[in-house]
Structure formats: C-alpha cells, structure tokens
Write a protein that binds this ligand. Structure first.
Ligand SMILES: [Zn+2]
Length: 214
C-alpha cells in the first residue's frame, strides 16, 4: 500500500503514521528523517542539504524529490510505505506522480480549535526531548520530565501566534494538494478531531478496501 498522509500541523498524522506503519509492516518515510540521514551519511546530496539547513533556508523541491526518489527505490518499500510530510506542494506532488503510483492520499481533518489546543498544550523536555501535553499526556509533576527530571518548556513554534502562522502557511501551500488528489480520485478523508485510536479505527476499513483492490 503506497500512501500519503496529509493534514495540518497538529492533525496527528505523524503519530497515526507511526502506529499504522507498525500495524501494517510498511515503513513511515518522513522528509525530516531523510534530511538528517543524508547529512549524517555525508553523501553529495547530504552535503548540499547540510549547507542549506545551516543557512536556515528551505530545502528546494528538486533536492527533496531526489531524496524521496532514492528512499522509495530501497527494497523495504516494495510492499508499500507511508509518506509523512511529503509532498508539501503541488509541484512536489506532480514530481512524485512522475515516478510512483499511489494507492491513496489520506487527509486527516480537524478544526483549527483542536489544532490550537493540541499544539499550545505541548511541552517538550529541554534535556531529553520527550514530548508531553498539559491535558492529554501530562507529566507526573507539572513542568518536570518523568523520564529524566529535565525542565519542560513550550517551543516557540507552539505559541499561539506561531500556530496560527503555521496554519496559514499550511493552507496556502498544502491545501491545494487536497484538490490535486481529489481530482485524481486518490483522496480519502479521516476525521482526526478525536483520539489517535479513533482515527485508526476509521482508517482500517479504508486500508482494507485498498488492499483488496490492489
Ligand atoms: Zn527529559
């Protein structure tokens, strides 16, 4: 099953992708991981990515597409994969369509209020990077990491104003993808306003149907 997961920041697609990847035994491919891996391996592309990231610039589409193309040529993706965080733009989606045939693009939908409450409640450990949520995954002691005793803080990215800004960027850049996949009849939609478990419950019959078809 070759899948793309779409959704606004805070829609839960990363967490859902991790769970589905385990349940169905197909790898979760995220561009963030690909960038880090390329930099670590010091490949030619990796050195380019490193320079771009050090200058704080966005990795250009053609570099991202090359990394994804290489990743999807490895044998562990033969039975399928979940693309998480790619494509982000219509030109990236068009490039992907040039070398991969997808089964579906799954859009995880939830309202802005849900996203804002999820992201603004997020706390991260300064020492070990563990993630908490004031309501959904509270630490045993407020402001203190269960794992290492480190201090929990709110990332700048998760402040109200930044969240609204991220949602705006998402809408401008990524929402056109939803129309793109709808036109190709590859779009499926899941309501992700409830829990991760609830989203996965909705997703299973969709994936079963896709499996039968292929
Ligand atoms: Zn910690």
């Amino acid at each position: 099953m070759k899948l793309i997961f779409l959704g606004a920041p805070g829609a839960g697609k990363g967490t859902i992708a991790t769970a589905v990847s385990k349940e169905y035994g197909i790898p979760q491919v995220s561009t963030g991981d690909l960038f880090r891996e390329a930099v670590k391996n010091g490949t030619e592309l990796g050195q380019r990515v490193k320079g771009i990231m050090e200058r704080g610039e966005l990795v250009p589409d053609e570099v991202t597409v090359d990394l994804v193309r290489e990743r999807l040529s490895r044998p562990d993706t033969a039975a399928g994969y979940i693309l998480d965080g790619f494509p982000r733009t219509v030109p990236q989606a068009e490039a992907l369509a040039g070398f991969q045939r997808l089964d579906a693009a799954i859009n995880f939908k939830c309202g802005d209020e849900v996203v804002i409450s999820r992201l603004s409640g997020r706390r991260v450990c300064r020492s070990c990077g563990a993630i908490y949520h004031v309501k959904n995954i509270p630490p045993r002691r407020e402001g203190v990491c269960d794992r290492c005793g480190g201090e929990l803080y709110t990332r700048d990215d998760d402040r109200d104003e930044s969240i609204r800004n991220r949602l705006r960027v998402y809408r401008e850049q990524t929402e056109p993808l939803i129309s793109f996949y709808r036109r190709k009849s590859e779009l499926r939609e899941i309501d992700s306003a409830q829990s991760v478990e609830d989203s996965i419950r909705q997703l299973r019959p969709v994936l079963q149907a896709l499996r039968k078809r292929s």
